[in-house]
Design a protein around this ligand. Structure first.
Ligand code: NAD
Length: 496
């Protein structure tokens, strides 16, 4: 049995906890390993290693830090296929999709290679007579990154390169469902020259997360996962005095206006609805068709869905399995609930014949039409290959529907009317907006994050927000004495 442990202080280690989680190949249903589930004591060992490393890493020159980042970038780039294979083996997404995830992670490493520019402060000469002021950004110390199952490489890479480049030491707690990729990243970072203890990986579940949230040495927590856990992480972490950014779940809407290019919209709906079996926080799960386009659009989507091949991600299929048997059962129960509530199952994923092992965690793409806002397939984040079409009569109705959602991660509008698109981007309550782009994931030099129940905290991931999150500001006011200094003056300092 492949026993997956931790990576602490520059090497793979086992913990003291005897609790284990099962790791599966979702395309075969077979258990391929067990992951150690860290105790609070195991977490403390990693935090202590990070604390020791942080003391010297904060003083490593920018040149030294970026040299490590550049070397790490080269290693990940050269080994991207290996990483994609590991993702597919434990997550199930098809290889091409896993490679795309690696690419998006690489882009953040590349952004972090430019950290000297991002960390530059400001300088003002003569704010008062012969007094200068300048600003610095300094690292926080030890920070924690807690990631979800659906992007085992990209989400850790949203945070770790920026945190490390800014001079922090990190304890990463990956999802216990697909823990192996994070360990590879840590090994490769070490190979690139990162000193021992600057990046540690602790595998585990809620117990490890709570231990990180409670540990006084951990100064900040970047979390990505479902909304209830994100809320918990935010509340517990901030109560303990930490800086927290907690990215939560989503229900992303795609609005299609009557003047849209319907072939483009249908392609986009299929790609964004069923890519990665709908297990993306930016997946489109609600398509809002502004009449009279719904009949035509649904027919075009159904046509395309009929051509999708669901199966083993190593066989060139379009869509892989769901991550676990329990998750596949949960999504299937939503399909049943949709049918029972009166939605029209235009394509029913329960009927799929997969190109893969019969014991895999299969569910095919499901397309529901005539979904109404009270149905659970609409209100809940299903996180599976289920696309719901809601019909509305006008643009205003569409925006009102989208803005009534408790989530506000991503959204898209499909139209050829620039004025309508501009109005939508202005009025819609979501953190990331696509105009004729269904999955508007910002590039690494912008910041990724949603609004409302999709993000607790203020700062988004990577880009300028990421740098701000992993550093704290300091302003220095300095005077170098010269013979003209002014002597005692108890008045409040003002500019003179
Ligand atoms: P999850 O919330 O179950 O788990 C996320 C992390 O929290 C894991 O590391 C897990 O071990 C830990 N965890 C789970 N339960 C916990 C608890 N009770 N207390 C403390 N920690 C706990 O999420 P998931 O199923 O791994 O990932 C899917 C979810 O993540 C979806 O809701 C998806 O929308 C969301 N997600 C959001 C974004 C975003 O950018 N907003 C990105 C990716 C995924």
């Amino acid at each position: 049995m492949n026993l997956i442990g931790h990576f602490v202080d520059g090497k793979r280690v086992g913990g003291t906890s005897t609790r284990r989680g099962d790791v599966f190949d979702p395309a075969t249903g077979r258990r391929t390993g067990q992951v150690e589930l860290a105790s609070a004591a195991d977490v403390a060992v990693a935090v202590e290693a990070a604390e020791r490393a942080a003391r010297t890493w904060r003083d490593a020159s920018l040149a030294k830090r970026t040299a490590v980042l550049f070397a790490f970038r080269e290693l990940v780039n050269a080994r991207r296929d290996r990483l994609a294979e590991v993702i597919t083996a434990e997550h199930g997404k098809v290889l091409a999709d896993a490679a795309g995830e690696v690419q998006r992670g690489l882009e953040v490493i590349e952004y972090a290679c430019g950290i000297p520019s991002a960390l530059r402060g400001g300088f003002s000469e003569n704010v008062s007579t012969e007094v200068d002021s300048y600003s610095l950004r300094q690292p926080l110390g030890v920070v924690a990154v807690i990631s979800p199952f659906n992007f085992p490489v990209m989400v850790p890479l949203w945070f770790v390169p920026v945190a490390v480049a800014a001079g922090n030491a990190v304890v990463l707690k990956p999802s216990e469902k697909d823990p192996s990729a994070a360990l590879l990243l840590a090994e490769w970072f070490a190979e690139a020259g990162l000193p021992d203890g600057v990046l540690n990986v602790v595998n585990g579940d809620a117990e490890a997360v709570d231990a990180l949230l409670d540990h006084p040495t951990v100064r900040a927590v970047s979390f990505v996962g479902s909304t209830p856990v994100a809320r918990h992480v935010y509340q517990r972490g901030t109560t303990a005095g930490k800086r927290v950014q907690a990215l939560g779940g989503a229900k992303n809407h795609m609005v299609v206006l009557p003047d849209a290019d319907l072939d483009l919209a249908a392609d986009a709906a299929v790609n964004a609805g069923f890519g990665s079996a709908g297990e993306r926080c930016m997946a489109i799960s609600a398509l809002v068709a502004v009449e009279p386009v719904a009949d035509d659009l649904v027919a075009r989507i159904a046509d395309r869905v009929a051509g999708l091949r669901t199966g083993d991600g190593r066989r060139g299929c379009d869509m892989g399995p769901l991550v676990t048997a329990a998750h596949a059962d949960r999504v299937r129960s939503y399909v049943e609930a949709g049918v029972a509530a009166g939605a029209v199952a235009v394509v029913d994923g329960r009927d799929v014949t997969p190109d893969g092992d019969p014991d895999g965690f299969w569910l095919g793409p499901t397309l529901f039409d005539r979904v109404t806002p009270d149905m659970s397939i609409y209100t809940d984040e299903i996180f599976g290959p289920v696309l719901s079409v809601l019909r509305v009569g006008s643009y205003d109705e569409a925006v009102a529907l989208v803005n009534a959602s408790p989530y506000g991660n991503g959204t898209a509008i499909f139209t050829n009317d620039g004025g309508a698109a501009r109005r939508y981007q202005h009025e819609v309550e979501a953190g990331m907006v696509g105009v004729n782009v269904p999955i508007p994931v910002p590039m690494a030099y912008y910041s990724f994050g949603g609004w409302k129940a999709s993000l607790f905290g203020d700062l988004h991931a990577h880009g300028a927000d990421g740098v701000a999150f992993f550093t704290r500001g300091k302003v220095v006011t300095s005077r170098w004495l010269d013979p003209r200094h002014g002597g005692v003056n108890l008045g409040f300092p003002t500019q003179t």
